[in-house]
Design a binder for this molecule. Structure first.
Ligand code: IMP
Ligand code: MG
Length: 200
């Protein structure tokens, strides 16, 4: 039986916590060095593409937090940063999914070159809704960048300008991505065990 001291030791051990979350994964897809190597490449490309432009980055919370923090530190441009929080709700079917924003106002991006950063492209509904919302604020341009893109058929075409990694259509967690608000603090990205997804 685990006593209070054992519990405390377990909680104070980062390896113990990461290890217990790791065991909920079917497999690891991208470890920290692999993610960082890819971020170096994307950052170099973005820095080149935006070097003479008025860059405003729009981060889509919460999933893109780690990605944004690590990517922006690799881009040596005088950029501005703003955030939006999008939540999607399912209607009767996936295609009727509605995207709701927490913010009451649209970020001030008039005349700016906007780059939206999101964690993952799944159905594409979130990115399309954010793009539509930002277009109302008269930016000079809008481009999109996702860390992960799922290989799948989508109801609507979603153009993404920068993609970190293409992945199979599986549920992934870690490095900002959650399942029921857990696993965001894993430093790597992995596929969650299917039996956990099925539990209600
Ligand atoms: P959408 O279907 O492209 O609109 O994706 C909506 C949001 O669902 C994403 O921004 C993620 O926050 C979340 N999401 C989609 N697929 C996954 C996944 O595999 N793991 C964790 N979150 C996901
Ligand atoms: Mg997200």
């Amino acid at each position: 039986m685990t006593n209070a001291l054992d519990q405390l030791l377990l909680c104070s051990s980062a390896d113990g916590l990461i290890g217990s979350m790791r065991s909920d994964l079917e497999r690891v897809l991208f470890d920290e060095p692999a993610i960082h190597r890819r971020l170096d490449e994307i950052a170099a490309q973005v820095s080149e593409d935006y070097c003479h432009r008025q860059l405003t980055v729009i981060a889509v919370l919460h999933g893109s937090l780690m990605f944004v923090a690590d990517l922006l530190r690799r881009i040596p441009l005088p950029l501005k940063l703003d955030c939006v929080s999008a939540t999607s709700y399912y209607g009767q079917s996936q295609s009727s999914r509605e995207v709701v924003f927490k913010e009451a106002t649209v970020p001030d991006i008039a005349g700016r070159d906007v780059l939206i950063l999101d964690d993952i492209l799944d159905s594409g509904n979130t990115l399309l809704a954010i793009r539509k919302m930002l277009e109302t604020a008269n930016p000079r341009s809008i481009q999109t960048c996702v860390l992960l893109s799922k290989k799948k058929a989508r109801a609507r075409v979603v153009d993404v300008d920068y993609v970190g990694f293409e992945i199979e259509d599986e549920f992934v967690v870690g490095y900002g991505l959650d399942f029921r608000e857990r696993y965001r603090n894993l430093p790597f990205i992995g596929v969650l065990r299917k039996k956990l997804l099925e539990q209600t």
